[in-house]
Design a protein around this ligand. Structure first.
Ligand SMILES: C[S@@+](CC[C@H](N)C(=O)[O-])C[C@H]1O[C@@H](n2cnc3c(N)ncnc32)[C@H](O)[C@@H]1O
Length: 213
């Protein structure tokens, strides 16, 4: 993995972490132990702030994993708002369900099992906020569906746009060649998308942020 940040600055920023609730820390430790990729906590904090500012009524997450960000988002939502989160791995979804049950915000969360590529075309109600965090080779098609499902003025956030530093590197290990190409192609599409006011924020693994025009 290439460095995105200088270690000194990273350590400095890490020192400002506020006390998280136990379940959040438990999920982070589970993710490390079981090698489940979850959102970087700095990026999760930014998404929480966006939710608090934007006050969405309907949120869609594509790629639940163990429901780490799902729960963090749900905690910031108004009591009548909802987050729908799609996950294709049955194993991840089982853990996600257990975490959601423990979260205290399960009423605001609906987990949907299946491949988002087949589920999204069946969804017909618009969303105010979409978080895309799935397999990189699916990003383009999932993004196209997201743009259909996102209401005008709605916000889309996409994770991993710096792709462990490889998106901006000339030295990409062979096993990351394909995924890096997917991300680099996706980034051009994301930034050039006509009906989206978009940017890439160097936080976590690189967060794409767009507002639908
Ligand atoms: C990076 S993890 C998601 C992390 C989660 N959003 C979080 O912030 O903690 C990606 C997850 O997306 C799921 N996934 C990948 N492609 C998918 C697809 N096409 N449909 C549904 N789930 C998908 C994977 O099984 C994996 O659990």
């Amino acid at each position: 993995m290439t460095q995105i940040f200088f270690p000194v600055q990273r350590k400095y920023l890490d020192s400002f972490r506020k006390k998280e609730d136990e379940l959040i820390i438990e999920m982070e430790l589970y993710a490390i132990e079981h090698k489940v990729p979850i959102l970087n906590w700095h990026a999760a904090e930014l998404i929480e702030k966006l939710i608090l500012i934007n006050k969405p009524e309907r949120v869609l997450e594509i790629g639940t994993a163990i429901a780490y960000t799902t729960i963090r988002i749900a905690k910031c939502l108004h009591k009548d708002s909802v987050i729908h989160s799609i996950e294709k791995s049955e194993d991840n979804l089982k853990i996600a369900l257990l975490n959601v049950e423990k979260s205290g915000v399960s009423k605001k969360i609906k987990l949907i099992q299946g491949d988002a590529l087949s589920i999204m075309p069946q969804l017909n109600k618009k969303y105010d906020f979409i978080f895309l965090d799935a397999d990189k080779e699916d990003y383009k098609r999932l993004f196209d569906y997201s743009m259909i499902l996102l209401r005008k003025g709605g916000v889309i956030v996409v994770d991993n746009l710096l792709w462990h530093g490889y998106a901006a590197s000339n030295r990409v290990p062979a096993k990351y060649n394909k995924s890096t190409k997917h991300i680099k192609d996706f980034n051009k599409l994301f930034i050039l998308q006509q009906n989206l006011d978009s940017m890439i924020i160097p936080i976590g693994d690189g967060l794409g942020l767009g507002i639908k025009k």
